[in-house]
Design a protein around this ligand. Structure first.
Ligand SMILES: *Cc1c(COP(=O)(O)O)cnc(C)c1O
Length: 381
């Protein structure tokens, strides 16, 4: 058999329009934050139903700025999943607040909202849910809880651009929403992120928080009232984002098609626990950043590392999303230990991310499914 090209688990789609656009920006003489950023923010705002949007150089920065915007700091608690990327709990800790980890549901891998209610204390200031792999958290219940307890919501929608809840785009409603444009996300600016806001007062605050805390005075000089960070997105990156946003729906349609193929073809022995297929009647609301089944480790003679090596040997890349944040060295210092969040810990042990990106082919999905089936059958006990 001729050896097939390596299939990574994620790959950005960068077209000639993007490359030409970047060259134009490079030749324009203005390469850092400027007109392209303004255009990109306007395009994102239009995509999100007109809400104000500000872009930053990462989603991690946007999460930090969102926490600062809410005035969250020492003594405050923020409820968040542990089954998420480290950025959210890290930024909660970085602003001096305490992350309160709550378990996720095994199927959706999103926050268990009953457990969120139980975790609320007088110190709770915000809920920071992740829309895992693009599947929205149950938004009406989330906002009903937040409203009843007067909590801010900072949605980590890093994986969910193009997702929707009952026909409304994630980011087009709600409180604060954060998107990521890292190369593994559904659209990219290389590095970059966005923060969706509710009003102009928040916009002015975020503009200071993302750029040194600077305000401009009437006499043309500048003042600083607090030590802001430096999180501005360069124009080169914003230009990439403009081309990507124009193709986002097309990219996400391709993702959904390959996911439908996965659901049809990934019938293994022993069986994997497949991801949540999206809400019935609202399947198109899932933007499928990742397809990540859980491995049947208890019926396998090899561990996950060996499973991934077997796929790698067949030219297929895989990922792990995510480790359990509460079991990192950092958050063990907050008193967390094994056994506290059983679903989170099971997912952290068993999850494996299979290849999914718009420029792969149906044959690639077949190849992955065949390889996974063979490896699992051989390892069956
Ligand atoms: C990628 C990701 C982030 C961080 O995004 P950056 O733009 O790399 O900072 C945060 N949260 C989740 C859930 C992510 O997947």
């Amino acid at each position: 058999m001729a050896s097939l090209p390596y299939l990574p688990f994620a790959r950005p789609t960068l077209d000639e329009d993007t490359i030409a656009g970047v060259v134009e920006v490079l030749r324009s003489g203005w390469i850092t934050t400027g007109p392209q950023v303004q255009k990109f923010e306007a395009a994102l705002s239009a995509y999100l139903g007109g809400r104000p949007v500000r872009v930053l150089n990462s989603a991690t920065a946007a999460l930090e700025v969102a926490l600062q915007l809410c005035g969250i700091g020492p003594g405050d608690e923020v409820i968040t999943p542990s089954q998420t990327f480290f950025a959210a709990p890290n930024m909660i800790a970085k602003v001096g607040a305490t992350p309160v980890f709550v378990d996720v549901e095994l199927a959706s891998r999103n926050l268990d909202l009953d457990a969120v209610e139980w975790a609320i204390t007088p110190r709770t200031k915000a809920i920071m849910p992740t829309h895992f792999a693009g599947l929205p958290v149950a938004m009406d219940r989330l906002y009903e809880i937040a409203g009843r307890h007067r909590l801010r919501v900072i949605e980590d929608a890093a994986l969910a651009i193009g997702s929707s809840w009952r026909g409304q785009r994630i980011g087009s409603f709600g409180d604060l929403t954060v998107f990521s444009f890292h190369p593994n996300k559904n659209m990219t600016t290389i590095e970059g992120g966005a923060l969706v806001l509710s009003d102009e007062a928040e916009v002015r605050e975020v503009e200071k928080l993302r750029f040194h805390g600077i305000t401009r005075l009437p006499d043309g000089t500048r003042d600083v009232a607090f030590p802001g960070g430096k999180f501005n997105l360069p124009d080169v990156n914003a230009r990439i984002g403009l081309s990507q946003l124009a193709r986002l729906e097309e990219f996400n349609t391709r993702r959904r098609e390959f996911v439908a193929d996965y659901f049809q073809l990934l019938q293994t022995d022993p069986p994997c626990l497949l991801p949540h297929p999206g809400y019935t009647g609202d399947e198109a609301g899932h933007s499928w950043n990742m397809f990540a089944p859980l491995l049947p480790l208890e019926q396998m003679s090899i561990d996950r590392k060996q499973f991934r090596a077997a796929l790698e040997a067949r030219g297929i890349g895989t990922g792990i999303s995510y480790e359990a944040a509460h079991l990192t060295t950092l958050f063990r210092r907050y008193g967390y230990c094994e056994g506290e969040l059983p679903n989170t810990e099971q997912i952290a042990r068993e999850t494996v991310t299979l290849p999914l990106f718009p420029t792969m082919s149906g044959a690639d999905v077949e190849r992955v499914c065949t390889a996974v089936s063979e490896v699992l059958l051989e390892a069956k006990i």
